[in-house]
Write a protein that binds this ligand. Structure first.
Ligand code: F6R
Length: 231
């Protein structure tokens, strides 16, 4: 799963050096990021012209706190790939003006002609970024009240109990319009939601299920996450 995802990101940058890349945090893509950094060094791929955005961010969590998308993306991908600050734009979870924060992100995505490659994990509730069950799939970047399962699993990323309530996220329309929309999932705990995502009804109750409508959508899973598929 991680090798395949890393290779797709590399191909994207090889074909378009100034690609706009969107990255998720969470546990699932960690090995992808490690392999990506190794492969980029080995193959001497030039990432100096690409632009990187974060898929989402926790509202109210400072960027220097481990567990914030800022911190984790810098640690796991931007530092290893030597991506400069001028090549990065992340949601500011501390912004007092959430609307303008989302507007800035939307303008940036538009200026780049859309996202070239978006790498997402999937929540056990089917969320993509912080597009939670019930989300309007036509939305671009927006803030979202977090679902109870996201609030609970979110604590695992932090060293201390952290107040979580809302997230800032790219919208599903931006993911669906990405030239490559990748979802990675591994482990038994994702088997049920992967079945709903790829074999179930396309519904905003399972936000990830919209990937069925994307010609450029790719779901990359391991055997455990695939264990409930019947087709
Ligand atoms: C994080 C994000 C989330 C996670 C999802 C899965 O930036 O966008 O949607 O991708 O919650 O998290 P893990 O990979 O930790 O199971």
């Amino acid at each position: 799963m991680s090798v395949a995802a890393a290779d797709i990101i590399i191909d994207c940058v090889k074909n378009k050096p100034n690609a706009l890349l969107a990255f998720a945090t969470g546990n699932t893509p960690l090995l992808t990021y490690k392999l990506l950094a190794e492969k980029v060094k080995e193959q001497q791929i030039d990432f100096s012209k690409c632009f990187c955005i974060g898929l989402d961010e926790w509202v109210g969590v400072p960027p220097n706190v481990k567990g914030s998308c800022h911190y984790d993306l810098h640690e796991h991908i931007f530092k290893p790939l030597d991506i400069k600050q001028s090549q990065i734009y992340l949601f500011d979870g501390l912004s007092a003006d959430i609307l303008s924060e989302c507007k800035k992100m939307n303008e940036l995505v538009r200026e780049h002609g859309g996202v070239d490659c978006l790498l997402a994990g999937i929540g056990v509730n089917g969320h993509i970024g912080f597009n939670e069950p019930g989300v309007d799939p036509s939305l671009e970047a927006h803030d979202q009240l977090l679902h109870p399962t996201t609030l609970a699993s979110g604590q695992n990323y932090f060293k201390e109990v952290t107040k979580l309530e809302k997230g800032l996220t790219l919208g599903l329309s931006q993911a669906m319009n990405a030239k490559k929309f990748l979802i990675v999932a591994n482990g038994k705990s994702k088997a049920d939601i992967i079945k709903k995502t790829v074999q179930g009804e396309v519904t905003n109750e399972v936000p990830a299920s919209y990937i069925q409508m994307c010609e450029n959508g790719i779901v990359i899973i391991d055997k455990e996450a695939a264990s409930e598929l019947t087709k």
